[in-house]
Design a binder for this molecule. Sequence first.
Ligand code: PEP
Ligand code: MN
Length: 337
Amino acid sequence: MIVILKPETNESEIQNIVGELNAIGMDVQVNKGVECTVLGVLGNTYEVDADSISLNPCVDRVMRVSEPFKKANRKFHPDNTVIDVCGVKIGGKKLAVIAGPCSVESEQQITQIAKDVKAAGASLLRGGAFKPRTSPYSFQGMEFEGLDLLMEARAETGLPIVSEIMSPKHVERFNEEVDVIQVGARNMQNFDLLKELGHIRKPILLKRGLSSTIEEWLMSAEYIMAGGNENVILCERGIRTFETYTRNTLDISAIPAVKKLSHLPIIVDPSHATGMNWMVTPLAVAAIAAGADGIMLEVHNDPKNAKCDGAQSITPAEFETVMKQLKGVAEVAGRSL
Ligand code: PEP
Ligand code: MN
């Protein structure tokens, strides 16, 4: 961290600030220039409140030179993190493919989709049981009954299951019942929920918030990791921009950015990114080509009558075709499906 002092700051004021920084455990290098003095603050600056330092009347500006996240930071963990979900590795050479409906709707629906996506090569099954809907009048999900049906589909197919949590009250039950707990875009900054998820060891799929920066997203990962749960998988799912043609704008640049900044695996959800089923294939291809560790696709056996997100859902037959297309791209990207 760098603290730039105002030009008129005198020696005793400099020593006061240095003393205050030393008192909170920081080492300080004092650099006296022609126009002003610059303090180089060394130590665990993650815990230093830059705003309170800038309140000192002698301080002109405070600049951070390192990212505010530590456990998620690649600087402190140069190797890629590979997360093991019941034997399925996320973040290694083999790409993870999470597929399934937006919402669990019936036993027949989830079990049939599970069998179909497994046959086409999916590695995990998704299905929402608690749904974060914009309207309170829309289908809210089958809740715990939905989780029961997902578990049945897991028993039938052997696919680990991914489902979204909405409330900190449900952490214990999700920890027992699902294999990856999804935190949706709308809850990316639900800090109480993130703290609770830090206390367990279950893998967490952390979606990027609707309008979150990459740094805010990594800080949310840091919340979970700071509590002791380092099993965080990031999911880029499109962000709000001025563009209205698509539901969101898929930020492909987030993939190399996250890879540079963090050691955590990143997957891409092209279904929520655009809201249109015909865009899923090209964007899944782009995601893999850009270095994503996997994809999450919404697959429904009857998209027209889906209770949620039918327009962006592909059919099992289309999923099979996407998987075939992705095989070649994966190979070029040095990965496998
Ligand atoms: C979902 O995955 O079903 C979902 C609601 O996604 P998001 O949080 O990205 O909108
Ligand atoms: Mn959905």
